[in-house]
Design a protein around this ligand. Structure first.
Ligand SMILES: [Fe+2]
Ligand SMILES: [Fe+2]
Length: 185
């Protein structure tokens, strides 16, 4: 059975170590995508909460995640269909995300935009996991190995990129979490 990032707290078993922090961040991206889509059908309070939550994760995590994918992974592939899809989708998602951050009230009253953003983010992450990351690690394992220090940097900077084996029973809080945070400072 396929490893589903929404039900699994860890990246796919065969994910290259350099890609694992980015794969872990995909899980919180998928959660945001689902929240936006669900809240779009809800009342204004639910829509506002979903837009505000997304804008927070955008600033703390997803924005830098996109930058890292472009800086680290794009130079590894010359396949035009991969490069153009990644850049095009990042472009649209950046625009919609900045709109949410800049105009949360207006964004929360635009159900169509919320649904579109959630759907695009979901499909983008699924495509990266199934196609883009798979292709990069299959065709460029050695180049990826040289970027392992970048994976360490990402884990230090962004808590959502760190391994989560201590989170199962603690749901992201408590001593284990604090220990993980200390390692990042
Ligand atoms: Fe991406
Ligand atoms: Fe990604």
């Amino acid at each position: 059975m396929e490893d589903d990032p929404l039900t699994s707290s860890e990246p796919p078993l065969k994910r290259h170590p350099t890609l694992q922090p980015l794969s872990r961040e995909h899980m919180s991206g998928l959660i945001q995508a689902r929240n936006l889509q669900r809240a779009a059908a809800g009342d204004v309070r639910q829509r506002r909460a979903a837009v505000e939550a997304f804008a927070r994760v955008w600033h703390t995590e997803i924005r830098s995640h996109f930058d890292d994918e472009e800086r680290l992974l794009l130079p590894l592939t010359e396949r035009p269909e991969l490069r153009s899809r990644l850049l095009a989708e990042h472009g649209v998602l950046r625009e919609l995300a900045e709109q949410c951050a800049r105009e949360p009230e207006a964004s929360a009253s635009d159900e169509t935009m919320m649904r579109r953003l959630g759907c695009l983010l979901h499909d983008h992450i699924r495509w990266e996991e199934r196609v883009f990351f798979e292709s990069i690690q299959r065709d460029h394992p050695e180049e990826l190995a040289h970027l392992l220090h970048e994976a360490d940097r990402i884990e230090r900077l962004r808590p959502g990129a760190r391994p989560r084996h201590t989170l199962g029973s603690r749901a992201g809080s408590g001593p284990e979490r604090e220990k993980a945070d200390e390692h990042g400072s």
